[in-house]
Design a binder for this molecule. Structure first.
Ligand SMILES: Cc1cc2nc3c(=O)[nH]c(=O)nc-3n(C[C@H](O)[C@H](O)[C@H](O)COP(=O)(O)OP(=O)(O)OC[C@H]3O[C@@H](n4cnc5c(N)ncnc54)[C@H](O)[C@@H]3O)c2cc1C
Ligand code: SF4
Length: 587
């Protein structure tokens, strides 16, 4: 029997970027907020200290900052005819756990999506006609435009102190920035990071080919910065232990040093860690949420936390699973094409090239999660797709996230896989190679979805989330094309050897790709094909808001968190300005 606690105004289920932003904004509006986080509390001083935070084995290979898979994982299959099996070891993606969520061990590449991304279906139909839509796809417009979201992108970027260079200020294109981006109201809060040598070579090659290189927008900051909430971040020292690690000098914008301390300072935010939420409880009409039931992992006791507003901020996978476990919204059935929860699951389709040189040294051991130079000439609809057989594309970058000594073993094809020749090649190329990466969009298809696994359960006896996913035809074609673009730019840098790669065959959850799981609780204008309205409010239960990349109807050619952060601010604003005045459906 769960112990019933004193009611509060709002509950956050999960305290990473989205939970932290909403907690900060709602406490500032005077609300009492409880944050329930299944992982441990974390702080820079206590958790990310030198030298132990640079322990590659502990953090990058044994995944100490990530979700504990022995308690909860997902099951996976490529298609409906297969039996899904549990993901017992980490591979393709690395969901976070603990205060700050994956926002602590992220890379910090902080993009805005293109205006085209939010209106992809209508713009594709207008320019290329019905036949251009990928067969069997469920792509749709978001129900919100870039212009509506722009002030909230700005708010997130200024919270983080993003380092970058604008390419479109109020409609005026600026050389050296991303000239394809939507109009922004003001410049980035801090200037770009210093480019690495490899990124500089890429920049020169891209320019020679007539493309438009610019510094990748970065949450690893070029200089010390104090944000509008009074939180001060440090300057990055390019330590190279960034992706999969917490930052020892507070130079990587993360929830635990930006939004969460502000919420706590208000005196209206109560944080409960090691609190694993099991479900949201509804009233008998099933149109109103009453409370949240969670398991206190310290005592093993169950608690019921009543609240007026419940925000699901537990990352894409947690958001969708908790909706399904709580019976909120109709689960998606891909055979009948009915239902919505779990629909439009998407990921990220990549391509790239690895370059090996004999005459250049790149100091690959240095770098940050997001330093780099990018081009957007082959992203979105920034190029003519007529006759190509696919829509959308990718941002293409050369970065230097830090070549970790255990995991970084780039050797040219034909190198023996062990022995003295292998050792020689590793020693030669560890510091004389780099990659060009294309981070491609992913369209939604009828048969790619999330639901509850009928067999496997977590440590608390609840069904695991089941993922059914594979590469779509649009993504394979796009990826092959983008591999060719990477190769062309790479060849312009005169490497000794170049290996290009595009997608083929089937998606595998074994190699790491990106933690950019999207969809499953998508936003839209119609409850028949979306789970939440434009304010990320559940169509079915109006005091539940579902915030995160779960809301993306399909994924874009970028990392998601710039848009996730913007949507969290957008939802917070809707709650403060609209919902609190008139609780109930906002649309
Ligand atoms: C290695 C890595 C690199 C990345 N690099 C980038 C990048 O460069 N750029 C970019 O845009 N994005 C990047 N990402 C993705 C980025 O981290 C996420 O988009 C972002 O953190 C999502 O924020 P969120 O609030 O939705 O989820 P999270 O930050 O993951 O927070 C969710 C929280 O909810 C908690 N939770 C889940 N279920 C429950 C439950 N039942 N009860 C209680 N708590 C629960 C989790 O423990 C977690 O702390 C990266 C991710 C990884 C792993
Ligand atoms: S690379 Fe920079 S931001 Fe990243 S962990 Fe090191 S110092 Fe921090």
């Amino acid at each position: 029997m769960a112990t019933r606690l004193k009611p509060v105004d709002a509950v956050m289920i999960g305290v990473g970027w989205t939970g932290g932003i909403l907690a900060k904004e709602l406490t500032a509006a005077g609300l009492s907020v409880v944050g329930l986080e299944r992982g441990e509390p974390r702080s820079t001083e206590g958790s990310f200290v030198m030298p132990s935070i640079h322990d590659e084995l502990r953090y990058a290979l044994r995944y100490e900052l990530m979700q504990d898979l022995s308690r909860e994982t997902i099951t996976f299959r490529n298609n409906l005819n297969q039996t899904a099996r549990p993901m017992r070891q980490y591979g393709s993606f690395l969901p976070g756990e603990g205060l700050g969520g994956a926002g602590v061990h992220w890379n910090g590449q902080t993009w805005r999506f293109l205006p085209y991304d939010f209106e992809i279906k209508s713009r594709t139909l207008a320019r290329y006609g019905q036949q251009a839509l990928p067969p069997n796809s469920l792509i749709q417009d978001w129900g919100i435009t870039y212009d509506e979201l722009e002030p909230y992108y700005d708010q997130f970027e200024y919270t983080c102190g993003i380092s970058g260079k604008a390419g479109n200020l109020g409609g005026q294109k600026i050389a050296g920035g991303n000239v394809f981006e939507g109009a922004r109201a003001r410049e980035y809060p801090t200037p770009p990071l210093k480019p690495t040598y490899a990124a500089w070579l890429f920049e020169q090659a891209a320019k020679e080919l007539g493309y438009h290189p610019f510094p990748r927008p970065s949450a690893t900051l070029s200089q010390s910065y104090t944000n509008p909430d009074g939180q001060t971040l440090g300057a990055c020292i390019y330590c190279g232990f960034c992706e999969r690690f917490g930052c020892e000098v507070n130079a990587k914008a993360s929830p635990h040093i930006t939004v969460i301390p502000v919420a706590l300072r208000s005196g209206r935010f109560e944080l409960r860690t090691r609190a694993n939420v099991l479900r949201i409880n509804l009233d008998s009409s099933r149109k109103r949420a009453l409370s949240v039931t969670y398991l206190d992992l310290k005592s093993g006791q169950e608690f019921e936390q009543p609240a007026e507003i419940i925000c699901l901020t537990s990352y894409t996978l947690g958001n969708v699973r908790l909706l399904l476990l709580s019976g909120i919204g109709q689960p998606y059935d891909p055979v009948k094409g009915e239902g919505v929860v779990g629909r439009n699951y998407t990921y990220q389709a990549s391509a790239g090239a690895t370059l090996f040189f004999d005459d250049k040294i790149f100091n690959s051991f240095m770098g940050t999660g997001s330093v780099g130079v990018a081009i957007d000439d082959f992203n979105g609809d920034n190029f003519d797709h007529t006759g190509l057989g696919f829509i959308h594309g990718a941002s293409i970058t050369v970065g230097n996230t830090g070549a970790r000594p255990i995991q970084s073993r780039p050797v040219p094809p034909g190198t023996p896989r062990w022995g003295s020749a292998w050792k020689k090649a590793v020693a030669q190329y560890y510091n004389r190679s780099f990659g060009i990466g294309a981070q491609g969009a992913d369209m939604a298809y009828r048969e790619h979805y999330l639901d509850l696994d009928p067999v496997y359960r977590d440590a608390y006896g609840l069904p695991l989330l089941r993922m059914t996913y594979d590469w779509g035809p649009n993504e394979i074609k796009a990826s092959q094309y983008l591999a060719g673009v990477c190769e062309k730019i790479g060849r312009a840098m005169n490497p000794k050897t170049l290996v290009a790669r595009g997608l083929s065959g089937h998606y595998s959850i074994v190699p790491y790709q990106s933690t950019h799981n999207c969809g499953g609780a998508i936003m839209g204008t119609d409850p028949k094909n979306s789970v939440v309205n434009k304010y990320l409010q559940s169509w079915d239960v109006s005091n539940v808001f579902v915030v995160g990349a779960s809301a993306f109807p399909q994924n874009a050619g970028y990392n998601p968190t710039g848009t996730v952060g913007a949507l969290a601010y957008w939802t917070a604003d809707a709650i403060k300005k609209l919902y609190l005045k008139r609780p109930g459906p906002l649309v």
